[in-house]
Every structure is written in structure tokens, then in C-alpha cells.
Design a protein around this ligand. Structure first.
Ligand code: NAP
Length: 304
């Protein structure tokens, strides 16, 4: 069984940065991801607030970060960690995957999150047939077509702009009368003349082979209307991946995110957490910062 000082679970921005920092400290480290490196970061159409780049796509930044990470540590993609068991030996954790088993002295959880579903009738049935959670993956198919973007946060507005640029006729549907997104994004939506329907919730997604319409409910009057559309993009937030954290009895807050201290330590000794799975600001640059802190904390704790 291969032995590592630090095993990092998740190869998003936080996990990859932890790998870079851990490797440069001289420890032997492994990053494992059940998918390709990048996580949801691969889907970010454009970032204008990552220092050093006026505008960079998530995919491009991930590829650069991954190339840097694999100079500093091992990386296994498309391998899923199924169980982590605490043991009494020097290598305190046995990490079981669907392919192998490893030992580690420390664990960094960088397990990220996944898209929240709307949980409405028709959503499951029309997934991949007009219902999408990823503008950068599926937007291409909607050039020249009508789509609705559900959500009022930064992601929804950013993705609406991306889809509009691809030539889709976008309508944003939001459940309140004001957006949660940053003001500059709201301004860009106005400038791009993107339609908005406020105080509306999606009650049902309808169609035959493909999506054909959405049924909306006015949150003030209760009135139902049916709006024809070719696509429904859902961007209403994220659910943190905490299955492994729960196995390790790591403490979560009431929203289900991992609680860490300022050194990214969880309540479980030698277990650290970084990125979107943690309580705190969900930003690329924050995940990277947390990755650097966690790797440094793990290294310091291994010396003591
Ligand atoms: P978010 O900020 O949590 O916004 C989710 C949006 O979906 C909110 O407008 C919310 O409405 C709405 N919503 C939630 N549940 C809903 C439901 N069941 N039905 C209808 N609408 C629902 O999520 P996000 O935009 O994906 O962003 C996640 C995090 O990443 C945030 O911290 C965000 O700041 C960050 N982010 C930053 C950038 C950037 O800096 N440029 C870009 C993308 C994301 P209410 O407003 O009524 O709650």
C-alpha cells in the first residue's frame, strides 16, 4: 500500500493549490479526484476578479494550475475515494478508493460541491434534453434559441451574459424582486438588454422529447403562466460534498459546510478542509488561499 504524508481529496482550485504548496515543503503527497481535475471550476465561463488576469476562463486557469501541481505531487483523476478509516499507526488514515488503497498521515478535504437542483416536476425528465446546470458545457447548443436562466446570484448573471454572447435569447427568472449578484453584474445584464422576470418561481418544466416551456408562479399574486422556451439553465447555488467529512466525524455548520479554524484545521486532528466545502466566501482566490494555508498547517503539524 503506497504511503503519503498528505492525501488531498479533490482537485479543484483549493486542492491543487494545497498540492503545490505541500510538494514544495518536501512532503510526499497525493491528490485524488473522482472526476477530471478542476471540479466545478471547469465550468466558470469567465473570471474578471482573479488577480493577475483581466479575464480568464475556469478551464484555462485549472489547466495551468494542474500543470503546476503535478510538478509537485502525485495526481490521480477519475478515482473515487469511497472510505477513510482512522488507524493507530504512524500513517493515521487508510484511504480506500474504487481502484486502490493508500495510507496517509494527514488528510486535506477539498471535496467541493455540486449544483443545487430546482426539485420541480420535469427537471429530472428533461436533464440533457434542455435542462442544464452548465452554461459553458451546453450553451453552444442554444445559439439562436430561447432559454431561461433560473437564479439571481453571481453565477446565474454571469452565465446569462455568457449565453447571450453565444447568441441565445436569454430570460433570467428570479424568485425575489432584486438580484443577489454583485452590482456590476446587474449593470452588465441591463446593458446587454437581457430580459428579467422577477418575483417568479419555476413550478414545472414541460415538453415532449425536449423542453418546450416552463410554468412560472408569481410569488406576489400566485398567478401561473406558461412561457415557451427551448432550454432551462439552473444556477441556484451549491450543495457541499461532505460524505467523507461525516465519516471522519468532522464538524459541520447548520448549512452543512465544514467548520475550520484560521489554519484550515477541522475538529479532527490531522484533518484539514479547503474551498467550497467549507464555511466562508466561495471564491476561486479564497479556495487557493485556503489550500496554501492547509498544506502549511499540515506540514507544521507533521513536524511536531
Ligand atoms: P448564490 O450566491 O447562493 O445564489 C443563488 C441564487 O439562487 C440566489 O439568487 C437565490 O435566491 C436563488 N435560489 C436559491 N434557491 C432557489 C430555488 N429553490 N428556487 C429559485 N431560486 C433559488 O449562488 P451562486 O450565484 O451560484 O454563487 C455561489 C457562490 O460563488 C457565491 O458566494 C458567489 O458570490 C460566488 N461566485 C462569485 C463569482 C464572482 O465573484 N464573479 C461568480 C460566481 C459565483 P435568493 O437571492 O432569493 O436567495
Amino acid at each position: 500500500m503506497e504511503q503519503y504524508d498528505i492525501i488531498i481529496i479533490g482537485a479543484g482550485p483549493g486542492g491543487l493549490t494545497a498540492g503545490i504548496y505541500a510538494g514544495r515543503q518536501g512532503t510526499k503527497n497525493l491528490i485524488i479526484d473522482r472526476d477530471l481535475a478542476g471540479g466545478l471550476g471547469r465550468e466558470v465561463p469567465a473570471m474578471e476578479n482573479y488577480p493577475g488576469f483581466d479575464n480568464i476562463s475556469g478551464l484555462e486557469l485549472i489547466e495551468k494550475t494542474k500543470a503546476q501541481a503535478i510538478k509537485n505531487c502525485d495526481l490521480k483523476e477519475m478515482e473515487e475515494v469511497t472510505e477513510i478509516i482512522k488507524t493507530d499507526d504512524e500513517y493515521r488514515f487508510t484511504v480506500k478508493t474504487n481502484k486502490d488503497e493508500y495510507k496517509a498521515k494527514s488528510i486535506i478535504l477539498a471535496t467541493g460541491s455540486s449544483h443545487s437542483p430546482l426539485n420541480v416536476k420535469g427537471e429530472e425528465e428533461f436533464k440533457g434534453k434542455g435542462v442544464s446546470y452548465c452554461a459553458t458545457c451546453d450553451g453552444f447548443f442554444f445559439a439562436g434559441r430561447d432559454i431561461v436562466m433560473v437564479g439571481g446570484g453571481n453565477s446565474a448573471l454571469q452565465e446569462a451574459l455568457y449565453l447571450k454572447n453565444l447568441g441565445a435569447n436569454v430570460t433570467i427568472i428570479h424568485r425575489r424582486d432584486e438580484f443577489r449578484a454583485q452590482k456590476h453584474l446587474q449593470e452588465m445584464i441591463k446593458q446587454a438588454e437581457i430580459n428579467t422576470l422577477l418575483n417568479k418561481t419555476v413550478e414545472e418544466i414541460k415538453g415532449n422529447m425536449l423542453v418546450e416551456s416552463v410554468v412560472l408562479k408569481d410569488t406576489k399574486t400566485g398567478e401561473l403562466t406558461e412561457v415557451p422556451t427551448n432550454g432551462v439553465f439552473v444556477s441556484i447555488g451549491y450543495i457541499p460534498h461532505t460524505e467523507l467529512a461525516k465519516q471522519l466525524e468532522v464538524e459541520l455548520d447548520e448549512s452543512g459546510h465544514i467548520i475550520t479554524d484560521k489554519n484550515q484545521k477541522t475538529n479532527v486532528e490531522f484533518v484539514y478542509a479547503v474551498g467550497d466545502v467549507c464555511v466562508g466566501l466561495k471564491q476561486w482566490v479564497v479556495a487557493c488561499g485556503e489550500g496554501a494555508v492547509a498544506a502549511t498547517s499540515a506540514f507544521t503539524d507533521l513536524q511536531n
